[in-house]
Design a protein around this ligand. Structure first.
Ligand code: ATP
Length: 458
């Protein structure tokens, strides 16, 4: 029995030694490869070290004969010794170069971060932490740090699920996580929690994007945050009262008008949210039957466009406009509080029926609007899952949430990130469903519309 236990222990021990040896071999190989990458792309200036080394190596090679001084007389008859010394020096210098490149491929404190990852419980099935291959400042934004890890036989989804453990180990906020093209590295972009977004950023006309229907929202730590309606057709905006949704919604709608879209706004608060200037630029809608008529005409338009695009063999509005030399406008339907419209609690049967029809039109636009240039930008602060039907929500790819409680954050983003990451007193601070936090531009519609210098729309 004891003998069996002893031999089992031996097998385990051997297995562990073999695994450790393989791990070290892999680490040495990865360090060398990373060193070469650092020299060729990331940190070209480190070639200075290689240049100095090569100079010293050339000097050592030139004077290698001196190594034999003193031995000359005794071994002068042995030319083989000279050849051996040549080989040894060459080997030594080559090894030195390999070590230098591997050292360049080893980030400072790599071991410290790996130990922290072990303590945070982020290891693979063999309890090994990922190897930190490179750590450097983002070339365009020094506030950001890029970390490159080997994928460590761990899929990107597991990295994403363990984001909090990793964040704790790196003591940085993770902004972005992706896999390298060859799939062998996981690349994280992080920012120090000390780097702060400013609490107030004012909108300036020069921020208006030159790219068609690219709407500007604000600034994140990695730059200007935008969404292109040609690629991501609908937007869902959430946040508790006073979080800054209405101002952000107006900022987006102002840009849509500016870019020549037809904008329709459902405002069931009696026109108080949108001043008279908006009424001139956009088609307003103040009650349910008016809204049903409007949405019916929009879905009819969608069907008309569908038939026309099919006939012209065009896949989307941009292709159609180019191919037929027409100028079909993009259409935006916006609503500041969708729950005001879709909440059926306590309503009569007829009104419930009316709301169901409104909802079904919104679903059609959410599902099919993309290609035909008909978009939804809707906002809500009401944390109730049954108000926004799954059909509408699941077809809205771009979702942003300001400060919110867990329930609202979950409804908008499918996670509690807004509740956790947006401070309770923040205004105009939002997080996207991809986890990016940004400060929206503060936009004063009174100023914009009253200024004669700027004519919104046509
Ligand atoms: N981007 C911003 N930067 C700084 N402050 C902002 C920003 N957006 C809004 N605020 C401030 O927050 C206040 C509330 O904004 P807003 O009316 O848009 O909130 P809301 O979420 O729509 O609230 P409600 O749903 O109650 O209307 C504004 O009066 C403004 O002072």
């Amino acid at each position: 029995m004891m003998e069996r236990t002893f031999s089992m222990n031996n097998v385990n021990q051997n297995d562990r030694i073999r695994r450790e040896r393989n791990r070290l071999k892999k680490a040495a190989y990865l360090r060398f490869i990373t060193g070469v990458r650092q020299l060729s792309t990331i940190h070209r200036w480190k070639n200075v070290f290689v240049a100095i080394y090569l100079l010293v190596a050339a000097f050592a090679w030139a004077y290698r004969g001196k190594l034999l001084v003193g031995l000359d007389s005794a071994f002068s008859l042995l030319p083989i010794l000279t050849i051996a010394v040549d080989w040894l020096v060459a080997l030594f210098l080559l090894l030195g170069l390999l070590c230098l490149i591997s050292t360049i491929g080893t980030p400072l404190k790599a071991k410290v971060f790996q130990d922290r990852l072990i303590r945070a419980g982020f290891t693979n099935h063999s309890h090994e932490p990922p190897l930190l291959l490179a750590k450097y400042k983002h070339p365009k934004n020094p506030k950001l740090t890029i970390w490159e890890f080997d994928e460590n036989e761990t899929s990107l989804s597991i990295w994403e699920n363990k984001k909090d453990n990793i964040k704790g180990a790196l003591i940085d906020t993770i902004i972005n996580m992706k896999q390298s093209k060859n799939g062998r590295r996981i690349i994280l972009c992080t920012v120090s929690p000390r780097s702060m977004l400013p609490p107030l950023l004012r909108w300036q006309d020069k921020y208006l994007s030159k790219e068609s229907f690219e709407l500007v929202l604000g600034e994140s730590l990695i730059g200007r945050e935008t969404v292109n309606l040609a690629k991501i057709p609908h937007i869902l905006l959430g946040g508790s009262s006073g979080s800054g949704k209405s101002i952000l919604l107006k900022l987006l709608l102002m840009q849509c008008v500016e870019m020549g879209a037809e904008v329709y706004i459902a405002d069931f608060k009696g026109g108080v949210d949108f001043s008279a200037a908006w009424h001139k630029k956009c088609r307003m809608c103040f009650d349910e039957s008016d809204l049903l008529d409007l949405l019916t005409s929009l879905t009819d338009e969608l069907q008309r466009r569908k038939a026309a695009f099919r006939e012209a063999e065009c896949a989307n509005i941009d292709e159609y406009n180019t191919a037929t030399n027409t100028h079909l406008k993009r259409i935006i339907f916006a609503c500041d509080e969708i729950a005001e419209i879709l909440d059926k609690t306590g309503l009569s049967k007829e009104r419930k029926e009316l709301i169901s029809q409104i909802e079904s039109h919104l679903s059609v636009i959410a599902r099919q609007g993309r290609a035909f240039g008909i978009h939804l930008i809707i906002a809500t602060q009401r944390p109730s899952a049954d108000i926004l039907s799954g059909q509408i929500r699941s077809n809205i790819d771009f979702r942003i949430c300001g400060r919110a409680d867990n329930v609202l954050s979950q409804i908008i983003l499918d996670s509690t990130e807004a509740a956790e990451q947006i401070p309770k007193d923040a205004q105009g601070r939002f997080i996207t469903n991809t986890g990016l936090i940004f400060q929206s531009y503060l936009f004063d519609d009174n100023e914009v519309f009253s200024s004669g210098s700027r004519a919104i729309g046509g």
